[in-house]
Ligand binder design. Structure first.
Ligand code: GDP
Ligand code: MN
Length: 380
């Protein structure tokens, strides 16, 4: 689960990582109240879960009430890469001497935590990585050993952070690491981490992704979940561990593999239909997964037909067919289902389904035929 910047900063605060004083605002009036409380100048920041807000006009400095009014008014409702701004974070503006970058994430292949630190912050780290990879100091951290201040000190020196920032930055990095580990983050990123002209180091931005697998030990994450503006279908799919994206059409789609699911959407479009969703059941799907997939699609009142498109590779078609049969015994599906089953054990799979076929559960030999049939049902 990704957090908004303001939530990330609240999370940082719990681990004693310094951030600027501020508050959230959903209206221009609230923005004015927060500004008065934290003191001018302030920075007015769009709260959307996407990077590059600064470049998109979603981060503005305001020295007066009038400027707060202007900027808050302009940023609320702004569309940033498809995310419409509904909430602002207003904080006391900082003077910036230097902008750095710091993050912790998991280095899966090496089974360690990975710290990334750069004296070139403020810009997207991907850009730094491409144009000047040496400017990023990577630190692999054995999770059993952790990160101590001495190591962090060597790290900030290696990254070339200014002398004036090093001691505080080292201390902050240890806290950020603690936040990342004890706070069960998949990612804890600060960009920019700043040094002020009067020699203070603090986090000016916060990007935090929480590890959903650890949700059971964080009842307090409920408040973050409450602010997730999620499609109810997507929410249900997530609860069932499915890769689902809700769309606006009438043909429900289930496929194995993201590539095939996308092709299925295209083919449905090509023959004059429109997809109600994207759903990839992944490799090796069993009856439970299939039942869950049908169940989620079944809750969507827009769905007029369901197209199950399986090309067996690692996934065996007979297993999928068993899954469909079992799913049908568990869930009453309201829309007709058209199946295209091909690949590994397709013959066995079709044989399993044979006895269950009727005019609302049928198979077609090819993807195109199945798409036509499903679209015909949907357009009836
Ligand atoms: P992002 O573009 O979504 O990553 O948003 P950030 O929170 O990182 O802000 C973008 C940029 O705005 C930063 O890199 C800073 O240069 C600038 N900025 C943000 N807050 C302040 C502030 O308090 N004072 C000043 N002078 N600039 C700021
Ligand atoms: Mn940033």
């Amino acid at each position: 689960m990704d957090l908004f910047e303001y939530q990330g900063k609240q999370y940082f605060s719990r681990f004693d990582i310094p951030v600027s004083p501020g508050g959230v605002a959903d209206t221009v009036e609230e923005a004015l109240r927060v500004a008065a409380r934290v003191g001018f100048p302030v920075v007015v920041k769009a709260q959307v879960k996407v990077g590059g807000r600064g470049k998109a006009g979603g981060v503005k400095l305001a020295a007066t009430e009038d400027e707060v009014r202007t900027h808050a008014g302009a940023i609320l409702g702004l569309d940033i890469k498809g995310h419409v701004v509904k909430r602002l974070w207003v904080e006391h503006a900082s003077d910036i001497e230097k902008e750095y970058y710091a993050s912790f994430t998991l280095d899966r292949p090496n089974k360690v935590h990975l710290g990334m630190l750069s004296a070139q912050g403020g810009v997207e780290i991907e850009v730094v990585a491409e144009e000047n990879p040496d400017a990023i100091a990577m630190l692999q951290i054995d999770p059993l050993v952790g990160l101590d201040v001495a190591t962090a000190r060597r790290w900030v020196a290696e990254a070339g952070l200014d002398e004036a920032a090093r001691a505080q930055a080292a201390e902050l990095l240890v806290k950020l690491y603690t936040c990342y580990v004890e706070g069960d983050c998949d990612l804890a990123e600060v960009n920019p981490l700043i040094l002020t002209p009067d020699g203070r180091v603090h986090a000016l931005d916060a990007k935090v992704t929480l590890d959903e697998n650890a949700a059971f030990r964080h009842p307090e994450w409920e408040e973050y979940r409450a602010t997730e503006t999620e499609d109810p279908r997507e929410k249900m799919a997530k609860e069932k561990g499915l890769n689902y994206i809700g769309l606006d059409g009438t043909v429900g789609i289930i496929a194995n593999g993201a590539g095939l699911a996308m092709s299925t959407l295209d083919v449905v479009n090509q023959v004059g239909g429109s997809a109600a969703n994207f759903l990839d059941i992944g490799g090796g799907a069993n009856a439970d997964v299939m039942a869950a997939a049908l169940e989620v699609i079944n809750t969507d009142p827009k769905v007029k037909s369901i197209f199950v498109n399986i090309f067996g590779g690692i996934t065996r078609v007979d297993e999928v067919a068993k899954g469909v049969v079992e799913a049908l015994s568990r869930v009453t599906i309201s829309a007709p289902i058209v199946l295209r089953l091909d690949g590994t054990n397709a013959v066995e799979g079709r044989a399993i389904l044979e006895a269950h076929l009727n005019d609302r559960l049928l198979t077609e030999p090819t993807m195109l035929d199945a798409a036509r049939r499903a679209v015909a049902f949907a357009n009836q």
